[in-house]
Design a protein around this ligand. Structure first.
Ligand SMILES: [Zn+2]
Length: 477
């Protein structure tokens, strides 16, 4: 038993030190490892399998809306990056430069893509001629590089995996429609699959993407009350098209600029899953994203018939992703290991259970145990996985709602920011000075102006002038 306890004791309690808890879980659940490459991470099989499931589900949803996958070069010549002024200013401080090819200095240095708007624009300028070529609905799965100064596994690393969608349209309306469509697709994915409730809204001009006319975002609340931007969708209008000369001849034979969008989700989502659902025993994975949904742990596996029954059960449950832990570790150790890895359902089966034609099911999220007949185990596991998926969403939503506050003046805002980690809803006049001041005085940034607006006061929380928008504020990862 002493040995069994060690695995769990190795994690810091989340209430004692949330940052350390996060690092411990990431490490003990074997999601990532550090690397000799500073600021970069090694994604291990348990972590990569979660990413593969995210990819699979998102890719399917993208394609249902007509999106096709492509692949662009990973280098961007400096002259290309500089074509759109806001864009280059936004990204220049964090790009990595390639200056040599072999031993020869390059005539023009190239950056490793921090994002690929410029490459898609360069391509679209050549590929789009007529209204018949539109819309272009392309996406690429790749990694990008941003030279971050401080890094944390999944949340901020110099190289990370993501998808970036880039579309071109004949009209402004179509581009706006696509921007919203993808934001809602992201939100639905987070809520249905990752069971992570999100606030959908628009970024203020200060927080929007470099070069965008409008940035829409989904914001989720982590267990420690900090916000995490979980996906963004940008409407570029025709700004990039003008900078790159992307024109098409329309049905009326007039030459027009295209309207563009881009949208992305990253491996940060794995960090979000950990921080929304995890507990002091480790990771808690939503059934629909868990690489292993059910682990079967044979008790006294050397006893006659136990292992055979365990393998039989695996076949019975073949519609799910099931593992039999037939290693020579003790059952107690296997229990805490499967909990650490966040496997949603554990099936325990031993000689006593065989006699009674039963097995014990244990929920990872609540630790609740139930004895079920082997004759109906498939139905029971199906039901249980659905219940867990649903309950996890409800729990996360209740947590978020309980940590969403309202402030009507600066003192309240500061008091909440200092003492109550969570979202703070407050009215805003729309000027950036107030936004800057709130950051300086209360340490909060505007997370988004939610689509669901609600008048929580009449005046700006900062300057007291008439307010135009209700904003979600908070401290963020
Ligand atoms: Zn104001």
């Amino acid at each position: 038993m002493a040995k069994d306890k060690k695995l769990v004791e190795a994690i810091t309690s989340m209430d004692v030190d949330f940052a350390q808890w996060y690092t411990d879980v990431v490490k003990k659940a074997e999601l990532v490892d550090y690397s000799s490459v500073k600021g970069c991470m090694v994604i291990k099989p348990a972590g990569y399998a979660i990413w593969e499931n995210i990819q699979k589900e998102l890719d399917k949803r993208f394609k249902e809306t007509g999106v096709q996958n492509v692949y662009m070069p990973m280098f961007i010549p400096e002259s290309l990056l500089q074509k759109e002024k806001d864009h280059v200013e936004g990204f220049a401080p964090e790009v990595a430069w390639v200056t040599h090819g072999g031993l020869e200095p390059l005539q023009e240095r190239m950056c490793v893509r921090p994002t690929s708007e410029t490459l898609f624009c360069d391509f679209y300028a050549r590929d789009i001629q007529s209204y018949r070529d539109l819309p272009k609905l392309y996406n690429q799965w790749c990694s990008v590089v941003r030279w971050e100064k401080t890094t944390r596994p999944f949340l901020r690393s110099r190289e990370f995996l993501w998808q970036e969608g880039h579309t071109a349209h004949a009209t402004a309306e179509e581009a706006e429609e696509r921007t919203e469509l993808m934001l809602n697709l992201y939100a639905d994915f987070c809520e249905e699959v990752l069971v992570m409730p999100v606030v959908r809204g628009r970024k203020t001009d200060k927080e929007k993407f470099a070069g965008a006319e409008a940035t829409y975002t989904i914001e989720a609340l982590m267990h420690d009350g900090k916000a995490l931007q979980s996906g963004t969708s940008h409407n570029f209008g025709d700004g990039f098209a003008k900078a790159f000369g992307i024109q098409f001849s329309d049905k009326d034979n007039k030459l027009k600029y295209v309207h563009q969008t881009s949208w992305g989700m990253t491996t940060r989502l794995i960090g979000a899953i950990i921080m929304v659902h995890g507990d002091d025993n480790g990771l808690v994975l939503p059934p629909r994203i868990a690489p292993t949904q059910v682990v079967i742990v044979p008790i006294r596996q050397q006893a006659e018939g136990v292992l055979d029954k365990a393998y039989q059960l695996k076949d019975v449950l073949s519609g799910f992703s099931v593992k039999v832990d037939d290693s020579d570790k003790s059952p107690g150790w296997k229990f805490s290991e499967s909990e650490m890895r966040g496997i949603p359902v554990r099936v325990e089966i031993g000689p006593k259970d065989l006699e009674n034609n039963q097995a014990v099911l244990v929920r990872r999220d609540t630790h609740e145990k139930m004895t079920v007949s082997l004759d109906e185990i498939k139905e029971k596991v199906t039901e249980l996985l659905d219940t867990i998926q649903r309950d996890m969403f409800e729990r996360a939503k209740a947590h978020r709602d309980a940590h969403t506050y309202t402030a009507s003046n600066l003192d309240e805002m500061k008091d909440l920011a200092d003492n109550k980690p969570g979202f703070i809803r407050a009215m805003w006049c729309g000027c950036q000075e107030c936004e800057d001041k709130l950051k300086e005085i209360a340490g909060v940034t505007s997370r988004c102006m939610p689509f669901n607006q609600e008048q929580v006061a009449d005046t700006c929380v900062c300057c007291g002038k008439p307010a135009t928008k209700m904003v979600y504020w908070g401290k963020a990862y």
